[in-house]
Design a protein around this ligand. Structure first.
Ligand SMILES: C[S@@+](CC[C@H](N)C(=O)[O-])C[C@H]1O[C@@H](n2cnc3c(N)ncnc32)[C@H](O)[C@@H]1O
Length: 756
């Protein structure tokens, strides 16, 4: 007996392994079950309360008198404890709005912030993870009219030890702050509160004098339905209209629905903000989880901030004669003219005026010419070899260069030479090309090298949205920011195909892949990309790749096909007509000598990218090298000299001061002109006007003797071929063009010369 008891004791003290495992398992399960039940209870309670308060209570008869405060209390009293857990899904965009606001704030340890209608203080806790509240802020004031929500906020701040945060139970329209902060507030936020304040004009007017005029910013994230009709006459103040217009049916539905809860989605609230302040950034979004409820994120500033400086910058940006003292010279800056017009009407300046960087020159986004591009860039990378440009042009610091933006790679190459030109104008009619270039400039300005490399070297990054809101946004124009907020997460998605599988140029990469697959040489291409000697490279090309891709079937179906030319290489029909040979012969003449020029694995990033879909660190455009990054990233960077124009070349030539350009690089774009029309003549005349005497035009053509050279000569240019492609020779690393030309403006004879 005793031994049995003893055994029992022994077995309990040293249980069998299965017993202890079962105990752990059962305890674990019980714990999980309890947690689930508590969570379930909590969630169900929050959800029921939330649904009751938001969807059913409005229909129940309640008496909350006439005061706004008692109405708010009646709505929030029962929900205060579950407010935060129930609002995550409804009040979307608050985190991004705070990131955006934080990234636009000046760097300081004495920031002052007022959160108007701050509720439970949730935003302050979020901000703490971006900018620590106790070390970066001198004072934070949370103003709210609901006593119950303010109580939750107070408890939160006490728990978090934020003793520089004050909670004011007060009305947004008449609350008071210490005198010393009036005119010195760095940040004012309305987070889903403006839509709940019936006299919103009064609330906005009330905070206006509190904001620091020079550096203060105001941020609103809220529900709202805008229409394109209410934007007429002030589009340039809005910072972009992507997804702004909400169709009538949804506008009506959401307004009516939210009005039941005394939340007002009328366009007037945001319109008023956009009237009272200058728009720095603006974003139109929809809550995908809850039936696409429209909401927006908006950042603004005092509308007269630094206006004089802004005029000057814009004038300089376009080289407009505005800077010239003589008033007889007409002002030709579109941005300046629009700013004056807005000023007369008491509207804010165009949004581009409130941006930190001056790269992007004002353009009219409602111009119908932009519609043809369908919100897409054509070139994700630039296909012209800048090394040759730099050699041919021998650029100097006194040069003012104008070039077609394309993907911006060559503008950045010109800016990266030892003594860069004093001004580089990029021109592209396609807004998306300039958005892409802006993203590159912004990245070089503010990201780490590794991040720049991931974005543009590999074309993919883990956290694009985070980079955009927290770092890149202050360096981008609002239009570009909207573009990248819409497209960037998908384009740069780490699980996606990356940047180089976008734009028209993606067809070059995709078709190259298909051609090699069909021809069965995909593995050989891999070998080609790791070749260490020219002999090895030539051998692979001659013995394996060339015979396979130039076999009759592949040639007929792909390489020699006009659709391939247009889609993959961007060669339009007018240009194709200028080839002096068949398409196939042209392609052979292009590719054949490339293999003998340099190692594709080491010194031909154009073909390396086409074949591999990304760059390598030793084989990439200049702007992606570490040395160039250092140069661009420093203060007084060559990036400061770049300006981006979103117009036709002739539009820009017209606005540039006469004789202000020393070099124009117009790529192959004159090949696109119809020889029977007047386009070439008109462009040459425009060029002539804004080039200085001795100014040069560098152009490339698919023809060895382009027809429009004659037009240059007839207009007083001296034209010389800088390179002409001959069989088995390359003219540059892409070898895509048959010739490159330099046309130099001959000084007009002086009158005295003529009389002699
Ligand atoms: C939807 S809640 C947003 C709360 C908080 N900002 C957030 O993002 O979680 C709207 C808040 O605005 C407050 N509010 C409405 N009218 C107000 C007024 N006239 N003055 C101050 N606060 C007001 C409400 O009490 C409520 O806390």
């Amino acid at each position: 007996m005793s031994s049995a008891i003893g055994d029992h004791f022994i077995s309990l003290a040293n249980p069998e392994p299965w017993v202890s495992q079962t105990t752990v398992l059962v305890t674990g399960l019980l714990l999980m079950l309890t947690t689930c039940l508590v969570w379930f209870n909590e969630t169900v309670r929050s959800l029921t309360l939330f649904c009751w308060a938001c969807f059913f209570k409005p229909f129940a008869k309640t008496d909350h008198g006439n005061s706004h405060q008692s109405a708010l209390e009646s709505f929030y009293r029962s929900q205060a404890s579950i407010y935060d857990s129930s609002r995550g899904v409804l009040l979307k965009g608050r985190e991004n709005a705070l990131k955006l606001a934080a990234s636009h704030l000046k760097k300081s340890n004495k920031l002052v912030w007022i959160d108007v209608g701050g509720g439970t203080g949730y935003n302050v806790e979020i901000m703490n993870s971006l900018l620590p509240i106790t070390s970066k802020f001198e004072k934070v004031i949370v103003v709210d009219l609901s006593i119950s929500l303010c109580e939750v906020a107070k408890q939160r701040f006490e728990k978090l030890g934020f003793n520089n945060v004050e909670v004011l139970v007060a009305d947004a329209c008449d609350f008071l702050i210490p005198e010393k902060y009036v005119g010195n507030v760095d940040l004012i936020t309305f987070s889903y509160s403006l839509s709940m304040i019936p006299p919103f004009h009064a609330a906005v007017d009330h905070i206006l004098p509190m904001l620091n005029k020079e550096i203060g910013i105001i941020c609103s994230v809220d529900f709202g339905v805008q229409t394109s009709a209410t934007s007429i006459g002030r589009t340039n103040t809005l910072g972009g209209t992507v997804n702004r217009h909400v169709p009538w049916i949804f506008r009506t539905f959401w307004r009516a629905w939210f009005e039941l809860d005394r939340v007002f989605l009328d366009p007037a609230r945001r319109d008023y903000l956009e009237y009272k302040f200058g728009t720095i950034k603006s974003l139109n979004c929809s809550n995908r989880v809850l039936g696409n409820i429209p909401y927006y994120i908006w950042i603004g500033c005092d509308k007269d901030r630094s206006s004089l400086l802004l005029h000057r910058l814009n004038a300089m940006a376009t080289e407009s004669p505005y800077l010239a003292p003589a008033s007889s010279v007409p002002v030709k800056s579109k941005g300046y003219e629009r700013a004056l017009e807005n000023n007369k009407k008491h509207l804010p300046y165009p949004s581009v005026y409130y941006q930190r960087e001056v790269w992007r020159v004002y353009y009219e986004e409602s111009n119908p010419q932009y519609a043809q591009f369908n919100d897409q860039y054509i070139y994700a990378f630039t296909w012209e070899d800048p090394r040759e440009d730099i050699k041919i042009l021998n650029l100097k610091p006194s040069d003012v260069v104008l070039a077609i933006t394309s993907a911006g790679d060559n503008l950045l190459s010109y800016a990266s030479i030892e003594k860069p030109p004093r001004r580089i104008h990029g021109v592209d009619l396609n807004p998306a090309q300039n958005h892409l270039c802006e993203l590159k400039l912004a990245s070089l300005r503010c990201l780490k090298y590794e991040e720049v490399w991931k974005l543009f070297g590999l074309g993919k990054v883990e956290n694009f949205e985070e980079l955009l809101f927290s770092k890149l946004a202050p360096q981008l124009s609002s239009n570009s920011f909207q573009y990248w907020a819409k497209h960037g997460p998908q384009i740069f998605d780490i699980k996606g195909k990356g940047l180089y599988d976008t734009g028209f140029t993606r067809w070059a990469l995709r078709l190259a892949k298909y051609v090699f697959k069909i021809a069965g040489v995909s593995d050989t291409i891999e070998e080609l990309l790791t070749c260490k000697s020219m002999e090895e490279q030539k051998f692979l090309w001659e013995s394996k790749i060339k015979p396979a891709i130039f076999n009759p079937i592949v040639s007929k179906m792909l390489v020699g096909n006009p659709i391939f030319l247009w889609k993959a290489l961007g060669v339009p029909p007018n240009q194709a007509k200028m080839m002096n040979s068949s398409i196939l012969t042209y392609v052979v003449d292009t590719l054949d000598p490339i293999v003998g020029r340099s190692l594709i694995s080491k010194d031909n990033y154009f073909y390396y990218l086409t074949l591999r879909g990304r760059y390598s660190s030793s084989n990439c455009p200049d702007y992606l090298t570490k040395e160039t990054f250092k140069k661009m990233h420093q203060k007084e960077s060559p990036l400061d000299n770049i300006r981006l124009h979103t117009d036709t070349l002739n539009d820009v030539f017209e606005r540039l001061s006469s004789g202000s350009l020393t070099v124009a690089v117009i790529m192959d774009h004159m090949d696109w002109f119809d020889p029977k029309k007047n386009d070439a003549q008109s462009e040459v005349e425009h060029l002539k006007k804004c080039l200085c005497n001795g100014g040069r035009v560098l152009l490339r053509s698919i023809s060895k003797e382009p027809w429009y050279i004659r037009v240059f000569e007839e207009n007083g240019f001296h034209c010389q071929a800088a390179a002409v492609r001959v069989k088995r020779m390359t003219i540059d690393r892409t070898n895509m063009y048959a010739s490159a030309w330099v046309c130099t403006k001959i000084p007009a004879r002086r009158v005295s010369d003529l009389t002699i």
